[in-house]
Design a protein around this ligand. Sequence first.
Ligand code: GLU
Length: 445
Amino acid sequence: MESVRVRFAPSPTGMFHIGSARTALFNWLYARHTGGTFILRIEDTDAARNKPEYVGVIFESLRWLGLDWDEGPQPDGSVKGEKGPYSQSQRGEIYRRYVDKLLSEGKAYESDGAIKFKTPKTPITVPDLICGDIQFDRTNEPDLVIQRKDGSPVFHLVNVVDDLEMDVTHVIRGEDHLSNTHKHLALIEAFGAKPPRYAHIPLILNPNGSKMSKRDEGSSIQGYLEQGYLPEAVRNYLCLLGWSPKDNREVLPIEEVVAKFDLPQVNRANARFDIDKLFWINGEYFRAATIESIEPLALSILRRHGVIGDDVDPVYFRAALSIVKEKIKLGRELPDWMRCFFHDDFEFDPEAAKKVFTPEGLANIGKLRERLAGLDDKNFTAAELEKEFKALAAVSGQKVGALVHPARLAVSGRPVGPSLYHLLEVLGRTRVLSRLERAEKKFSP
Ligand code: GLU
């Protein structure tokens, strides 16, 4: 059997859109599922619309999503083979050859300095692995410009030529290109070549059914990176935009998707973007992630928000992260939750302060401080602290909550947070005692 060769062929005209990411992913999945080859090709022949900096955005986004391509240098510095990734702007010679061939065979002609391809006017059927057979009536189809006046080749030509030159077996791309495909088939026929198979994947729609555009929330992959989503979670969610394992599961290891993914099962219907589901999936991945795996993300977000500097005690940092991790679903939440581990000058939630720092609450802070001062560093553990809180509650005839709430607010400024005993253990004896004292003084009338 022929070996599968697929390509992802983005044009660097803007930020990396979620639809592009999904197209890249489906190509990658199909290549990995079949043991084939996944080619990356930058379609940058339209000088008016392309910007070189967006090429970097494409590489960075693919790297972030873990979608490695098979030909050329990789984001990690390693190299697979001598060729690729390809840039069409470097391949002008090849396109000229193909244009000359059409000209010399009378299949194209010059018109006002541009070159036009004589489009066939007979009906054509485009066979598509996802959409089925689609008929196009070409009676009124105008001839197709394949080379502009300035000599630059047009998208339809370069797209087709490279699919032939690169021995692409399956063209997997967004449904917005379905209507171009009959033009591509006409060119391929004129070149006397065998067409690849086509698989057009459904559009991604907003929850309200409109087509998702660049300006819509959640449309940029860079946005996910900045908000601290986990790339595995975003990738998992993208798998579900047009494909499913058919058993209602939504959190799936990528290896399983690779094993099951196939083109005929891709949904014909448009996919609905659902940020809440993505958020939920991200939370699932966050909960399951090891500290080591989320540490780089946490460090970078916290540095970006000025919560920590370059030198942070790694043991303390991991201890703090591991108790906060249980409470959050998204990296973006980390700065608020973690500031109190690294700064003494946090604000106190004003509502909570009014409710909790009552004369009774402040008296309890005083009692706690005396009692906890009796524990040495070695015994300042969640288990010991819990015993002390319970013992103090018992002797003073109160519920433990009467001690827990003021203590939490005093040491973190927030009314909610990770398990208080673990929080105190991680903060450590010195910080806890001084913060209790500070709150007591600050809020006593
Ligand atoms: N450069 C085209 C795009 O970004 C690629 C079309 C294709 O995959 O054939 O939409």
